[in-house]
Design a binder for this molecule. Structure first.
Ligand SMILES: Cc1cc2nc3c(=O)[nH]c(=O)nc-3n(C[C@H](O)[C@H](O)[C@H](O)COP(=O)(O)OP(=O)(O)OC[C@H]3O[C@@H](n4cnc5c(N)ncnc54)[C@H](O)[C@@H]3O)c2cc1C
Length: 382
């Protein structure tokens, strides 16, 4: 029998994937506890580009309306600039129109929705260790407390403590992410611009009438060689793109820098018994696609749909994980491969120039890549 400190199902991480999973499972009548290490709401390194497809998934989670009400700006154009400043651009179809919304707001809406859906939520509650016993996973919290869970949903993001790293990547392939908000930065009103450089890529997009999100990913080598100093990294890693340099001219930074990394791409390999990973804890894909949140939401939807169809899997963590990972691979493996190939092709100056020249002259191909890399929301829109 469970004690007071026990919980049948514990979700660790109250970001996009964890809060969506907690809400969906709680609504299915499963007792869920959601643990988040930060005090919510909190900021998060992210381009804050919520694709139209991700928004459709949030409809299924039941939060599309508050998200639209809180969101800053609708985006209907995506432009990529090559290292020399050549532009390839697509107009988004009406159903693809994206939202720019601060993660501070989005994640708080999702966290509150989990609580309103019946999950027991705890914030400021960091999991510092875990241990599998014959019948449970014992989670150790920073405050010295322990919780026994029969099943853990690992939703603790790209540095998940429950996952073994993806196929080891050389440090040259790993990136660090940086974000800051900017003012007085002239940008087309409803467009996200992405700039590629030999050191990485990143972009600006408006989050409200006065504020622009600037988020960048740069190579681990550059970050280490510059001692992690954000201004220098930004100058060398981003402003070598002439369009980025022109945009930033009169701009003023309004916030501190937030950073994250190193980022390992690909699917995580091994998890302990009774641990089911969702979102970035399971797989990280190229951020220039702007679909990480979509994949995180969809991973929660896949898990909830599986448990709705086969509730008996709740009692068998290993069978549940095997079935879920098969579904996940079927849904995402080829998209991740396609995006990985694109990233490799664009990792050098010449590669980025060539790929973007092709996309510039074949906008239909750009649109096709954009559509293929999205989460197929239609299966869940009923
Ligand atoms: C630089 C960058 C730019 C990006 N831009 C975009 C974009 O524009 N559009 C897009 O769709 N995606 C983007 N992404 C991807 C997107 O941010 C992620 O895919 C998404 O946040 C994954 O959600 P998640 O819930 O899995 O993880 P997260 O959102 O990272 O949430 C994990 C949560 O777990 C909590 N946590 C971690 N450890 C513990 C612990 N030990 N105990 C308790 N809680 C813990 C964290 O505090 C956090 O709240 C970007 C990513 C990066 C790095």
């Amino acid at each position: 029998m469970f004690k007071d400190t026990d919980a049948p199902l514990v979700v660790v991480g109250g970001g996009v994937a964890g809060s969506c999973a907690a809400a969906l499972l709680a609504r299915q009548g499963i007792p869920v506890t959601l643990l988040e290490r930060e005090e919510m709401p909190r900021h998060k390194v992210c381009g804050e580009y919520l694709s139209g497809e991700s928004l459709s998934l949030l409809e299924v989670v039941g939060v599309a309306r508050p998200v639209i009400e809180r969101a800053g700006v609708w985006l209907d154009r995506v432009s990529f600039f090559s290292p020399s400043g050549r532009r390839a651009s697509i107009e988004l179809r009406p159903e693809q129109k994206a939202l720019s919304i601060r993660r501070y707001d989005l994640d708080w809406i999702l966290f509150e929705n989990a609580a309103a859906s019946g999950a027991q939520t705890r914030q400021g509650c960091r999991v510092t260790g875990h241990e599998a016993t014959d019948s449970a996973v014992v989670l150790k919290l920073a405050a010295g407390e322990e919780i026994r869970a029969s099943l853990v949903i690992a939703a603790d993001g790209l540095r998940s403590r429950f996952a073994e790293a993806a196929a080891p990547q050389r440090s040259g392939q790993r990136l660090f992410g940086f974000k800051a908000y900017w003012g007085n930065l002239s940008l087309p009103a409803s467009e996200i611009e992405m700039y590629f450089t030999p050191q990485g890529y990143g972009g600006f997009s408006p989050v409200d009438a006065e504020t622009v999100n600037g988020t960048f990913l740069v190579s681990e080598g550059l970050v280490r060689s510059l001692g992690g100093q954000e201004e220098a990294i930004f100058a060398q890693g981003v402003l070598s793109n002439p369009v980025a340099a022109e945009r930033i001219g009169p701009a003023r930074r309004l916030s501190r820098w937030w950073s994250t990394g190193p980022i390992e791409y690909g699917m995580r390999r091994r998890f302990g018994p009774r641990v089911i990973p969702v979102g970035d804890a399971l797989a990280v894909t190229e951020q220039f696609a702007g679909e990480g949140m979509g994949m995180a939401i969809k991973s929660a939807l896949l898990l909830a749909a599986l448990l709705r169809r086969e509730p008996e899997l709740l009692g068998d963590g290993e069978a549940l994980r095997a079935r879920y990972l098969t579904l996940y691979r079927r849904t995402f493996a080829w998209k991740m491969r396609l995006l990985g190939l694109l990233r490799c092709a664009m990792a050098s100056r010449e590669g980025a120039e060539s790929v973007l020249a092709v996309l510039r002259w074949c906008p239909w191909l750009f649109q096709a890549f954009y559509s293929w890399s999205r989460s197929d929301y239609r299966r869940f829109s009923k």
